[in-house]
Write a protein that binds this ligand. Sequence first.
Ligand code: SF4
Ligand code: SF4
Length: 232
Amino acid sequence: MGTIKLDQKKRQKFKELVAPRSNLQACLTCGTCAGGCPVAGWEGMDPRKLVRMLQLGLEDEVIKSDWIWQCTNCERCTWACPMGVKFGEIITNARASVPREETPGEIQKTANNHRETMNNMRLTVEDAIESFEWMAEELQEEIPDFELPIDKQGAEFFCTINSKQPQYFPMDLQSIYKIFYAAGADWTISSKWWEGTNYAIFTGDFDTWEYTLREQAKRVEELGCRVMAYTE
Ligand code: SF4
Ligand code: SF4
């Protein structure tokens, strides 16, 4: 357990709203959740114990524990639980109760990048387009009639990508291009808000999560696309 100073308002919200909504009190301590959890046993992590701690009113200990960050949020436990205990809700809201400066590693910084620059890697619009076009030009050596539809108005599919692709693995973009090409799809890649990953989900930063998604949805509407394609 750490020495995090908790925001009492957030802590109270977790206690009063989230815990009852998550069916905590229905837990039978059967252990099915722990049996299927990929991180159970790692540094003592045990989803069954976590639920028990909340039943006993140990919210502070749960929020301060490393367990809430060890969880992958895979939701295997939620699906397996016979009593409908909602782990995703518990974990995400416990993370939201942690002060932003106390979130581990780089995940909050990545979420902040997304909010500030429209993508996790802080790529400028110009740099992203340069990568998109560079890979399209190379693909044309293999598929001469391939054309990259950037900001195509009215396309059916709005393609999102992982910012690691234009930044570190541009060849992966060609794989995506080839799939749309082979499918004969009417698609586009936007010059803005193309990021297909969202770290705010993992940090419990609901405000950034909502903001980035709304901005992306606005861009989809501006282009008149019907379907968002998450290639990640
Ligand atoms: S699977 Fe559900 S009922 Fe069983 S211990 Fe886990 S939370 Fe409790
Ligand atoms: S959501 Fe978390 S606690 Fe549940 S099985 Fe996945 S890693 Fe384990």
